[in-house]
Design a protein around this ligand. Structure first.
Ligand SMILES: Cc1cc2nc3c(=O)[nH]c(=O)nc-3n(C[C@H](O)[C@H](O)[C@H](O)COP(=O)(O)OP(=O)(O)OC[C@H]3O[C@@H](n4cnc5c(N)ncnc54)[C@H](O)[C@@H]3O)c2cc1C
Length: 365
């Protein structure tokens, strides 16, 4: 088929859903379409293995999904860049470098950011936990440098706690002063079950993580953090892990949003026909779920089917998110806590199960 008669399908972001869609195209290409992927960098980290990478259990190669290899295998184009605008009327996407791409169908899977723009000094001195690629690179360089290591993690949700334990574990043999603090303005792990809270609190203690609760952070400085009560804590690696913030450019797309996330219906389609949104950047209006990789993964077959159906002019399929899923939390060393339907277990066997699930996930690529 002539390249010009092909429809243009643009996948914005190399998040988990898009990586799986690309992978599935190896077996059955999208008929009548050319696929373009926009992502900053040629790889995207797999979130399940991020705490293990931070702790030193996995290498960067093991953590990363190779988007360049995937796109090459399926004849798609990978653009190393960042989308900064989308005009659903003109069906155009603008890139940071000034280029513009036209699309017939588009899907957005750009994740979220943990950048704390409202916190004084964070943009200059803080490291957001998301996007994962930027965080991983900064952690790698901090971990391998010599000298004092004072880490402060702002936000005591499960991701903040998991990262704090992983960092403390990685630094346990560091020659020089080390401290890891987990800061929360209310109580840590407040969204988790009592069982998870108790087990993770114990593991934080075992890893030497100091927990400071009920006190907000007023500012981040070049030397650490200033607390709301005026105290200062020394820190030279300050991680933002409080909340999920949508990427700012999405607000100007004109798409219907919910709290800044792209509102999608059961077909994963936004308010603009032919524009889909998946993963953390989407809000499933019909059945809101927490931001978790498991939903991004399960959305992939539905998104792929709907791209095919939309190209063929066929009705779209629906995605029904599961109510509960197996939550697996690494506890620093090669131990993990797992919980599903109120049943919780911890130990090295659970870590081995998590390791197997994560390695199997990566093997498919
Ligand atoms: C420490 C930590 C541990 C976690 N552990 C788990 C876990 O064990 N299980 C679980 O289910 N969830 C976990 N999560 C949540 C999980 O990370 C997310 O739910 C998951 O990554 C969402 O995937 P996604 O498809 O939305 O895209 P993401 O994985 O967020 O990827 C988005 C991609 O889009 C790219 N991008 C960003 N902006 C642009 C742009 N403007 N243009 C183009 N590309 C762009 C990014 O570089 C990235 O490659 C964890 C999160 C954290 C922080």
């Amino acid at each position: 088929m002539n390249q010009n008669s092909l429809k243009s399908v643009v996948l914005v972001g190399g998040g988990h859903t898009h990586a799986l869609v690309l992978n599935a195209l190896k077996d059955a290409p999208l008929a009548g379409a050319h696929v373009t992927v926009i992502n900053p960098g040629s790889t995207a980290p797999y979130s399940g293995m991020l705490p293990g990478f931070v702790a030193g259990h996995y290498t960067r190669e093991e953590l990363d999904i190779d988007l360049a290899a995937l796109t090459a295998k399926v004849g798609a184009t990978l653009i190393d860049g960042r989308a900064v605008s989308m005009d659903p009327q003109q069906r155009k996407i603008g890139l940071e470098d000034g280029r513009t791409l036209s699309y017939d169908l588009a899907s957005v899977d750009v994740g979220i950011t943990s950048r704390m723009d409202g916190l004084a000094g964070f943009v200059e001195h803080g490291v957001p936990a998301k996007p994962l690629a930027d965080f991983s690179a900064k952690w790698d360089s901090f971990r391998s440098s010599a000298g004092i290591k004072h880490v402060a993690v702002i936000g005591g949700g499960i991701a903040g706690a998991e990262l704090a334990m992983a960092m403390a574990f990685a630094l346990r043999n560091h020659a020089g002063p080390v401290s890891v603090k987990l800061l929360d303005r209310s109580q840590i792990l407040s969204a988790n079950s009592a069982k998870a809270q108790a087990r993770v609190r114990r593991a934080l203690g075992e890893n030497g993580v100091e927990v400071l609760e009920g006190i907000g952070v007023a500012a981040v400085t070049a030397n650490g953090v200033t607390l709301a009560d005026g105290r200062s804590l020394d820190a030279n690696f300050i991680v933002g892990a409080a909340g999920a913030t949508p990427h700012g450019w999405i607000a100007d797309t004109g798409l219907d949003l919910k709290d800044g996330f792209i509102a999608v219906d059961q077909s994963l389609e936004s308010s603009s026909s032919g524009v889909f949104a998946v993963g953390d950047c989407a809000h499933m209006t019909y059945n809101p779920r927490p931001k978790a990789g498991v939903y991004a993964v399960r959305q992939a077959p539905v998104l792929l089917r709907n791209l095919r159906n939309a190209l063929a002019g066929a009705p779209l399929s629906h995605y029904d998110p599961q109510a509960d899923y197996l939550k697996l939390v690494s506890l620093g060393g090669k131990r993990a806590f797992g919980e599903k339907m109120g049943i919780g277990l911890a130990g090295s066997l659970v870590w081995r199960l998590k390791d197997k699930i994560d390695r199997d996930f990566m093997k498919q690529f």
